[in-house]
Design a protein around this ligand. Structure first.
Ligand code: FMN
Length: 193
């Protein structure tokens, strides 16, 4: 059966480094035979979580007047998600975080109600792609924690990350090219493992 790989672009610049790395990862997945789709959160209407607690009882999210249902249906039907975000103030972008917070219903399902969507079988895979302007040693740490918590909540298997630090570097090109190669390879891997 053809694998489905979803790219979620959480950055607002659709012609930036993060976008290019996401496309490279999706290209790699496509080259491995997967059916790929990319959603750009900046073009979507996704409200933040209101902590209404409706999902505490295991129901779906009570907000039904935005495009989050499209994301829910992909999460439960694809074989892998590539989550791409630049680093904004040491973390994922607001668009990405809003989408993640709205996945609290999956967190309740797994951690409160103890329902494992995939049982003991193979789980879908989650890959993080991120870019940061600086080369601070810890610049990706908060984003990594959030992305890992997201993939764990939706019961996906963490499949690693492709990171490009120091995009402010005037000599970025060779490192960017290497990151594009790594992204293509990571996309190929999550579509074929
Ligand atoms: C609002 C904002 C906050 C940012 N915060 C950080 C930060 O905390 N650390 C960092 O290294 N770069 C930061 N940056 C720089 C971006 O991470 C960097 O420019 C990145 O390459 C942008 O992604 P893009 O190339 O896909 O557009 C920030 C940029 C913006 C616009």
């Amino acid at each position: 059966m053809t694998r489905k790989v979803l790219g979620i672009m959480g950055g607002p610049c659709l012609d930036g480094n993060t976008s290019a790395l996401l496309d490279a990862a999706l290209e790699g997945a496509k080259g491995a035979g997967a059916e790929v789709e990319r959603l750009d959160l900046v073009r979507m209407n996704i409200h933040p979580c209101l902590a209404c607690r409706a999902c505490d009882s295991g129901t779906s999210c009570a907000q039904d007047d935005d495009e989050m249902p499209e994301i829910y249906s992909r999460i439960t039907s694809v074989d892998a998600i590539i989550l791409a975000s630049p680093i904004f103030f040491m973390s994922l972008t607001a668009q990405t975080k809003a989408m993640i917070d709205r996945c609290q219903c999956f967190w309740v399902e797994k951690y409160v109600l103890g329902r494992r969507r995939y049982g003991t079988g193979p789980r879908p895979k989650g890959l993080l792609v991120a870019c940061a302007g600086s080369d601070k040693a810890i610049v990706f740490e908060p984003a990594r924690h959030v992305a890992k918590a997201f993939f764990a909540a939706i019961d996906y298997e963490w499949s690693g990350e492709v990171l490009l630090p120091h995009t402010d570097d005037p000599l970025l090109e060779p490192r960017k090219n290497a990151a594009l190669v790594a992204a293509r390879e990571a996309g190929r891997r999550i579509a074929s493992d």
